[in-house]
Design a binder for this molecule. Structure first.
Ligand code: HEC
Ligand code: HEC
Length: 187
């Protein structure tokens, strides 16, 4: 009986040892997997951050390093002798500025559009095909241009007793060298 009890105790204690080992290993596994998980999350996040950063840098890179003077020179060379002809006859895809002389259209691009938005030509254009409408910004610019015309012709003109008639707004009035016009003086 005593012997039997001893054996039973041994069995009990070895069970406790096994349980202890299993518990310990289990806890360690949880800790190790947890650490792997955290590591994985951390690298995933930093990767995402890097992707976002490179994308942002690409945009900036694209916008600021584009050779505006070089591009304008090439286009000017291509329309040489036709600068005074209507843009619609010299260029391929003119919807608004058809009557503007071709040379002036280029000046509008360079100074009015690039300058007032603080961008380069590639913000609105694929420089391999200036006539393409593939960039949404180009069409937005057309709609902005129509809006400006409406403001000037239909709205400002109707305000009585203005000292500065004809009063005008243009792209610079709102954009002031930035893509997104400000809504708050503190910005
Ligand atoms: C804010 C947007 C914007 C920017 C910036 C811009 N353009 Fe344009 N560009 C336009 C729009 C809009 C038209 C079409 C005008 C129309 O339909 O009357 C156009 C038309 C043109 C055309 C005529 C293409 C064709 O064959 O139909 C040329 C060439 C051109 N742009 C060159 C340039 C150059 C060079 C620059 C930089 C110096 C530039 N653009 C910057 C919006 C832009
Ligand atoms: C009455 C104010 C006003 C005038 C004038 C104006 N804009 Fe804008 N423009 C805006 C506002 C507001 C937005 C929207 C900005 C935003 O995305 O929150 C905008 C957005 C744009 C965008 C899109 C910007 C982007 O890339 O996300 C283009 C391109 C643009 N304007 C071109 C022009 C051009 C070209 C002119 C002149 C013909 C012009 N705008 C005149 C107010 C104006």
């Amino acid at each position: 009986m005593i012997e039997y009890n001893n054996i039973w105790k041994n069995v009990q204690s070895s069970q406790a040892v096994i349980q202890f080992i299993i518990k310990n290993i289990f806890m360690k596994c949880i800790i190790v997997f947890g650490m792997f998980g955290l590591f994985f999350l951390a690298t995933a996040f930093s990767n995402q951050e890097m992707i976002a950063r490179t994308a942002q840098e690409d945009v900036i890179h694209q916008d600021t390093t584009f050779d505006v003077a070089g591009a304008v020179a090439v286009i000017k060379e291509g329309i040489k002798g036709r600068e005074k002809e209507p843009a619609s006859e010299v260029f391929q895809n003119i919807k608004l500025m058809g009557n503007v002389p071709a040379g002036r259209l280029l000046a509008i691009m360079e100074y009015a559009y690039n300058g007032s938005l603080g961008v380069t030509c590639v913000h609105c254009h694929n420089p391999n095909d200036w006539s393409s409408d593939e960039k949404a910004e180009k069409n937005i610019a057309r709609e902005m241009s129509t809006m400006v015309r409406t403001i000037n012709q239909d709205l400002l003109g109707n305000i009585q007793n203005l000292k500065g008639q004809p009063a005008v707004v243009n792209c610079t009035t709102c954009h002031r060298g930035e893509i997104t016009p400000k809504l708050d003086m503190r910005q």
